[in-house]
Design a protein around this ligand. Structure first.
Ligand code: CO
Ligand code: ZN
Length: 344
């Protein structure tokens, strides 16, 4: 799990992925025939295959976070969200501010003891929080600038049968792709395989959009998280996916309707190889699959999703068995690719 720990510890909010990108390039290089980056910062690995059918698998390297838009004279930092930040997740957190050096900070807001009855009823917005670095104003202004980024200060750890960390969305996708490449090493592939770690997914699948235009995939598989609402509160029909019940094959989300023949093919392989799987429909939001299908000629796409509780929080939680199932399913699919025609 050392690699997953490293991937989650690396930082990189959308558009500022340099830290995590360097790690991914290093890890991917020995596993592919060629690896490149593009002007957006996407990392594109390539492995030769027998047929010229192009399979692109994509996981996004960016994580949600905050960007500093104001520094006051006392040194308190004001922030804006980058990606879908739920303001409730900001309360009482430790963060890392990426200034001239990495600075530990805490997130503060007006204490409940002095809130009016009216104020107590209102939901807090991101603008109601600030970051305190514990330094005087002049010192902060020397070290931090407007445009610097902020990430959660939260470590990867194991709880029960699960892992919990910041940034599983979507470092777990990148991890699954890298582990799949490891298992495919030395094996002849039936199709050309591009392994892509994309940028800027959390702000609207921007890295995958340009990747799709450049690579023109025939088949696109995004590897990303989906919601596992198998927790107290949501009704059974709102669970979307369940922890420990295997890799989730996406049928639909807000950005893509998976190619039904491709979905069937994946399920057939999972059954043959006795890999645990479930189906998943996410009413809102999307993955890189939404961009991969919109290349010039269109592509058959779906997403292999890793069920995740508390998505977009610093305590995202995933099940060990689902990680293994996702890797196994991706590997089995790649080795079986190129035989089926997904034209509808
Ligand atoms: Co996300
Ligand atoms: Zn994601």
């Amino acid at each position: 799990m050392e690699l997953l720990r490293k991937l989650t510890a690396a930082t990189g909010i959308s558009g500022r992925e340099e830290d995590v990108r360097a790690l991914i390039i290093k890890e991917m290089k020995p596993l592919v025939d060629d690896v490149k980056t593009d002007v957006m910062g996407n990392v594109i690995g390539y492995r030769k295959g027998k047929k010229d059918t192009r399979l692109v698998m994509a996981g996004h390297m960016d994580e949600i976070g905050l960007i500093i838009n104001h520094i006051d004279d006392k040194g308190f930092l004001r922030v804006l969200p980058v990606g879908g930040i739920d303001p409730r997740t900001l309360m009482a957190q430790r963060v890392v501010v990426h200034g001239k050096k990495e600075l530990d900070g805490v997130i503060g807001t007006k204490p409940i003891h002095i809130l009016s009855e009216e104020e107590k009823k209102k939901a807090l917005k991101v603008e109601d929080y600030f970051i305190d670095l514990g330094l005087p104003g002049e010192e902060v202004k020397k070290l931090v600038s407007v445009g610097d980024t902020v990430t959660w200060n939260r470590e990867f750890t194991e709880i029960g049968d699960c892992y919990t960390s910041k940034a599983f969305d979507d470092r777990i996708g990148v991890y699954v792709i890298l582990e799949a490449l490891k298992k495919l090493k030395g094996k002849e592939l039936p199709v050309e395989v591009y392994a892509v770690a994309t940028v800027q997914e959390e702000v609207g699948v921007r890295g995958a959009t340009t990747t799709a235009i450049g690579l023109e995939p025939d088949i696109g598989i995004a590897v990303d998280i989906t919601l596992a609402n198998d927790i107290p509160g949501p009704a059974e029909h709102q669970q979307i996916s369940r922890l420990g019940e295997g890799a989730a094959i996406k049928i639909m989300d807000g950005h893509s309707i998976s190619n039904p023949k491709l979905v069937k093919h994946l399920a057939k392989i999972a059954e043959k190889k006795k890999i645990k799987y479930q189906y998943e429909i996410l009413p809102r939001g999307g993955t890189d699959a939404g961009a991969l299908q919109r290349s010039t000629k269109g592509a058959a796409v779906t997403t292999i999703s890793i069920p995740t509780r508390y998505a977009h929080s610093p305590v995202e939680t995933i099940h060990k068995d689902d990680v293994k199932a996702s890797i196994d399913l991706l590997v089995a699919f790649i080795l079986d690719a190129g035989k089926e025609n997904y034209t509808l």
